[in-house]
Each structure stands twice: as C-alpha cells, then as structure tokens.
Ligand binder design. Sequence first.
Ligand SMILES: Cc1cc2nc3c(=O)[nH]c(=O)nc-3n(C[C@H](O)[C@H](O)[C@H](O)COP(=O)(O)O)c2cc1C
Length: 237
Amino acid sequence: MTSMKKTVILQSKTNFLFTLSINYKMKKSLFAFAVVLLSLGSCNAPNGENQGSSAGNADNQAAIENIMTRSSIRHFKEQPVEQEKIDIMLKAAMAAPTAVNLQPWHFIVITDKAIMKALSGPSPANAPLLIAVCGNTDKNVLPDGKTKVPDFWVEDASAATENLLLAAHALGLGAVWTAAYPAMDRVEVIAKVLGCPKNIVPLAVVRIGYPDEEPKIKNKFKEENISYNRYGGKKKQ
Ligand SMILES: Cc1cc2nc3c(=O)[nH]c(=O)nc-3n(C[C@H](O)[C@H](O)[C@H](O)COP(=O)(O)O)c2cc1C
C-alpha cells in the first residue's frame, strides 16, 4: 500500500476538475490539498455564501492544521514538481491580500538548472523548483492615476510568499523562503541572474520540492507575545 499510486479526480466548488497522481504515503497532504482546492473554489462565491460554518468543522480544522504543521524544508528529492501543483501554488500566492488591491508583484518560476545554480548562494541548492517572488514597484499608484502609496509591496509580496509556502505544504511539497529584499547584495545578484527590469525587485526565492526530510514541528506559541486591549494587558479568565 505504501508505494501504491492511484489517479484521483478532485472537484472543487467551482466544478474545476483536477487530475493527479496520488501517492498513498501522502494521506495527510491529500486531505490538506483538498482543502486548498475547496478554498480556491470558494474564492468566487458571492455574498459570502460559503461563510458561517463553525470553527470546528473538518475543513477549517484541516486549514488550521496545514498552517500549524508547515515547516521549512531544505532537503528535497529529485522528483520534479508537477505543473498542476505549480499553477495551484501561484493561484494561492496571488490570492493574498494587498494594499488597495494593487497586487504589486511578479512571480518567476525557475526550473532551469543553470539558472538555479547561479542563484544557489549560501542557501539550500538542490530544490527542483524555485519561485522568485518579486515586488513590482511601478504598481504603487491608486486608481486615480496620481496618488502614490508607500512601499506596501514588501508586505504584499510577503503575504503572497506565505500563501505559497502554505499551498506547497498542503500539496505534499516542502518549501523554504530564502531571503532577498532588503538584503541588497542578494537582490542585485538575483535580479541580474533573472534579468529583472528595475521595477521588479526580488523579495524572496522560495525553494520547493518533495521533502527528503521530516522536520520536527516547532511550537512557537508564546503567551508573552500577546497583550489584550493595551500593551501588557492580560486575557480575561
Ligand atoms: C524573511 C525570511 C527570510 C528567510 N531567509 C532564509 C534563508 O535565506 N535561508 C534559509 O535557509 N531559510 C530562510 N528563512 C527560513 C527561516 O529560517 C525559517 O522560517 C525559520 O527558521 C523558522 O522555521 P520554520 O519555517 O520551520 O517555522 C527565511 C524566512 C523568512 C521569513
């Protein structure tokens, strides 16, 4: 059973069909993957028709579990990442919130080994897939065509990067965020290798692939990092 593969068809709420080869070793990932499909499908639901379910339902629990069990992965199998999964990760990335909905980003999908090598630097080098998440600094003008917004592209591209990491995890992949902006020495190298114009600024290079390690999940929850109502305020018992 462990190495058995089967083709399954998953149908999202928008009647979008996905056909995938599923390895039975990836039971948990499949469940979380279904959650991603359902949540992508529910993006188009008007008037919040998919809202209102309790925090305890299975979809919500799986979504929270996906967040809580994500961990950086730095060792990858050689197995390439399927295009269907790349497409889903990019859709998840672009579902992130952005200031004034400007969506000031650009994603560069890298599978070319020579380009990967040029980007490897001090970071994990053996991932079969890299996605450079870049900010587009030209997309900083409100719809009036005049008013400029501050550099929110950094937050916007960061939100997209986190969505990408979570989608990768839900799809049974592993990923790690490797830094670019604001480390300008890295930004310059990455931008040069990728041929980015001046307005396209690499924020992160996400390294993605099938995990070749089982990381211990870190518990980072600390009460001391929370206040209620004012700094230092305690939770009502
Ligand atoms: C802005 C940012 C930059 C990071 N840069 C790197 C990096 O260059 N190389 C690397 O191996 N990990 C990098 N990481 C991953 C962190 O080391 C990792 O998220 C952290 O140790 C917590 O571990 P976890 O992701 O498993 O929860 C980066 C993470 C963030 C958010």
